[in-house]
Design a protein around this ligand. Structure first.
Ligand code: PGA
Length: 248
C-alpha cells in the first residue's frame, strides 16, 4: 500500500509574515493519513523548519544544484538542503524547464546528486498543450522519465516520487479530468514496471495542475493517483487541508 503524499509548492510567493500564518493555518486541525510536505522558497526554509518542529508535516526545497559546493553563484547544494533537514527536493518542474531551460539531462544529473546525498527527488514530468494536441503525451512523458531512469541506474531508484503535471493545467485553472490523469499515471507505472515491478508498486505518482479543494477527491480516487503536487491552492491553508483530507 502506497501512503498518499500531498505536497505544497509555494513557488516564489510569501513573506516571513505570510509564511508564519500559512504554517499556523495548516497545522491547526490538520487531519490526514497522508504524508504532508511543503516546498517554501529557500529563504524561508529555516523559518518553516522551526515552525514545523514537533509536527508531522515535512518540508523540502523547489530545486537544487547537481553540484555539491564551489563557485556556482546563486545555486543551492543538495548538501545544504540536507543540512537544514529537508527530506525531499522538487526537480524538473515545468517552470524550471520552460523558463530556465533545464533539460532532461540536467534534471537527471540533479536526480543523481540528490539520491547520492540522501534526499528524495520529487521528479516532475508532463506534456505541453501543443504536445497533447499532437497526440505525443505518452512519448513526451516516457522520454522525460526514461532519461532519468537510464542515467540514475537501478541502484538509485529506491526512493523517489513522480509528479505528473500536464503543463497546460499548471496555474491555468484547467484541470485534467480524472480519466485523463489516470490514463497517464497508469502509463507511467507501466514504464516503471518495465524496469522493475516492485519499484512500480511502491513509487508514488502525484498529480499536479490546478488540483483544488473541490476536485482533489475525484482525482485522488483514481487507482494510480497517489496524491497531489499543489501550487496555488497550497497558499490557502484551509484549501490545502481539504486536499490533505481528501488524500486519506
Ligand atoms: P497549480 O500548480 O496547482 O497552481 O496549478 C501546480 C504546480 O505547478 O506544481
Amino acid at each position: 500500500m502506497r501512503q498518499p503524499l500531498v505536497a505544497g509548492n509555494w513557488k516564489m510567493n510569501g513573506s516571513s509574515g505570510s509564511v508564519r500564518e500559512l504554517i499556523d493555518g495548516i497545522l491547526s486541525g490538520l487531519e490526514t493519513k497522508a504524508e504532508v510536505l511543503v516546498f517554501p522558497p529557500y529563504l524561508y526554509v529555516q523559518q518553516v523548519r522551526d515552525l514545523l518542529q514537533g509536527s508531522l508535516v515535512k518540508f523540502g526545497v523547489q530545486n537544487a544544484s547537481d553540484k555539491l559546493s564551489g563557485a556556482y553563484t546563486g545555486e543551492v547544494s543538495p548538501l545544504m538542503a540536507k543540512d537544514l533537514g529537508c527530506e525531499y527536493v522538487l526537480i524538473g518542474h515545468s517552470e524550471r524547464r520552460s523558463i530556465y531551460g533545464e533539460t532532461d539531462a540536467d534534471v537527471a544529473a540533479k536526480f543523481c546528486a540528490l539520491v547520492d546525498n540522501g534526499l528524495g527527488p520529487v521528479l516532475c514530468i508532463g506534456e505541453t498543450l501543443q504536445e497533447r494536441e499532437a497526440g505525443t503525451t505518452m512519448s513526451v512523458v516516457a522520454e522525460q522519465l526514461n532519461t532519468v531512469l537510464r542515467t540514475a541506474g537501478p541502484e538509485r531508484l529506491a526512493n523517489f516520487v513522480i509528479a505528473y503535471e500536464p503543463v497546460w493545467a499548471i496555474g491555468t485553472g484547467l484541470t485534467a479530468t480524472p480519466g485523463q490523469a489516470q490514463e497517464v499515471h497508469a502509463y507511467i507505472r507501466e514504464l516503471l514496471a518495465e524496469n522493475d515491478q516492485s519499484m512500480a508498486d511502491r513509487t508514488r505518482i502525484l498529480y499536479g495542475g490546478s488540483m483544488k479543494a473541490d476536485n482533489a477527491a475525484e482525482l485522488m480516487a483514481q487507482a494510480d493517483v497517489d496524491g497531489g503536487l499543489i501550487g496555488g491552492a497550497s497558499l490557502v491553508a484551509a484549501d490545502f487541508k481539504v486536499i490533505c483530507h481528501a488524500a486519506g
